[in-house]
Design a protein around this ligand. Structure first.
Ligand code: AMP
Ligand code: GLY
Length: 421
């Protein structure tokens, strides 16, 4: 029996495990550390699921575990594990892993690396400058004016970006990042403000081989009407009707394939999921950011839409076989239930009732079980996925599921999918 290890503990990993479990290869699943909600995969698919109490950042322990258990394939969710060099360690140990090396993962971990690569290989993105010194950054700001975008150069869990509509707002962000070292000592990238609908293009990559999945759209702001602070993502849907097919095809060729090729030329070929956070501007698609991993929550709608055997697809790709995954025509739309206060301060162990009455697919982002009762165990807690012949009916289905859940201390956006309706 094939043994697959999935690393991570959120909704994204739940979706990866759920989809992997349905493979014709009938795998045994190990998830480190996973969450209690993932055990429901066994009821749904029959696949054995084992939660492994090893932290996703404990690379050495994960490597030892994989060796001892004879794990056939490891799939990695969170970026921190990639930045720790988990793929490099697994390669040294001769263990198969679907994840980029530390060098390749810089495409996400360092905004400056990503920007320089895009410049060098003519991959379309906003013009930018990098600064370490507040005074210099301030001079550039005064010359450029607003709106302008300020990004902390490093991992800040999706929260290190300020889209400043005024010079004052931009200045405050520069002070925060360069003088008060809010995220630690570092650099900022200041870039031109772009406009247009955003979409996420997840591709499965091995070297120069790039396999696009269907596009999705995330909702980064916390509240309805795209108001409030940026979050890890409050909901997602696929397909994204506002983005024409030809633009996606163009982005696959000129952004995703060019980037995979560029990384090969730079001596750090990419293996794993290359995620393009793209914006369709008046001048065509441009890169807002790259991630070196599955998006969360995009994965939770993209994998349900995938008809083909996900595990087989990844195994074939690792052997450089040609793969052409198929997708369902149905639309999928998912809504995040988050703890009140997220993305700021929030409480844990908040009660969740009626979860077993939800007939829609639910991915657990941050839950635990306390005396047989589901409770929250993180900022983003649950992800309820609706399905339908179009976005409207998928939305209706998702909110029916959301409303079944009795969790007064959680909140959700009521308008997921608005750009498609
Ligand atoms: P990022 O973490 O780089 O994806 O940025 C978070 C969000 O900030 C993006 O989803 C965009 O909505 C916005 N953003 C980032 N860069 C730009 C830009 N150059 N122009 C306009 N909006 C941007
Ligand atoms: N949903 C955005 C991300 O995964 O970075």
């Amino acid at each position: 029996m094939m043994k697959v290890l999935i690393i991570g503990r959120g909704g994204r990993e739940h979706a990866i495990a759920w989809k992997t479990a349905q493979s014709a290869l009938k795998p045994q699943l190990y998830i480190a550390p996973g969450n209690a909600g993932m055990l429901t995969i066994t009821e749904k698919t029959g696949a054995p699921v084992h939660l492994v109490p090893i932290d996703e950042n404990d690379t050495a322990a994960l490597c030892t575990f994989a060796k001892e258990q004879g794990i056939d394939l490891t799939i990695v969710g969170p970026e921190a594990a990639l930045m720790n060099g988990i793929a490099d360690e697994f390669h040294k140990a001769g263990l198969p892993i679907f994840a980029p090396t530390q060098a390749a993962a810089r495409i996400e971990g360092s905004k400056q690396f990503a920007k320089e690569l895009m410049d060098k290989y003519n991959i379309p993105t906003a013009a930018y400058r990098t600064f370490e010194d507040y005074q210099e950054a301030k001079r550039y700001l005064d010359a450029k004016g607003a709106p302008i975008v300020i990004k902390y150069d490093g991992l800040a869990a999706g929260k290190g970006v300020v889209v400043a509509m005024t010079v004052e707002e931009a200045d405050a962000a520069l002070k925060d990042m360069l003088e008060d070292n809010h995220f630690g000592k570092g650099r900022v990238v200041m870039e031109d403000f772009l406009q247009g609908p955003e979409f996420s293009l997840l591709t499965l990559v091995n070297g120069e081989q790039v396999v696009p999945l269907v596009i999705a759209q995330d909702h980064k702001r916390a509240y309805d009407g795209d108001k409030g602070p940026n979050t890890g993502g409050m909901g997602a849907y696929s397909p994204v009707p506002v983005i024409p097919k030809e633009q996606v095809t163009w982005a696959v060729e000129h952004i995703m394939k060019s980037t995979a090729k560029a990384l090969c030329s730079e001596g750090c070929p990419f293996c794993g999921v290359l995620y393009g956070g793209l914006m369709l501007t008046q001048d065509g698609p441009k890169v807002i950011e790259f991630n070196a991993r599955f998006g969360d929550p995009e994965t939770e709608v993209v994998l349900p839409k995938m008809k083909s055997d996900f595990l087989q697809t990844v195994l074939d790709l690792l052997q450089h076989k040609e793969v052409n995954p198929e997708f369902y025509d149905d639309a999928f739309l998912g809504v995040v239930l988050a703890a009140k206060g997220y993305p700021g301060k929030y409480a844990k162990s908040l009660p969740i009732r009626n979860l077993d009455q939800v007939k829609q697919n639910v991915f657990h982002m941050g839950t635990a079980k306390n005396d047989g009762q589901w409770v929250s165990n993180g900022g983003r807690v649950l992800f309820v996925v609706g399905q339908g012949k179009d976005i409207q009916s998928a939305q209706k289905d998702a909110y029916e599921g959301v409303k079944t859940i009795d969790a007064p201390d959680l909140f959700y956006r009521e308008d997921i999918g608005w750009q498609a309706l």
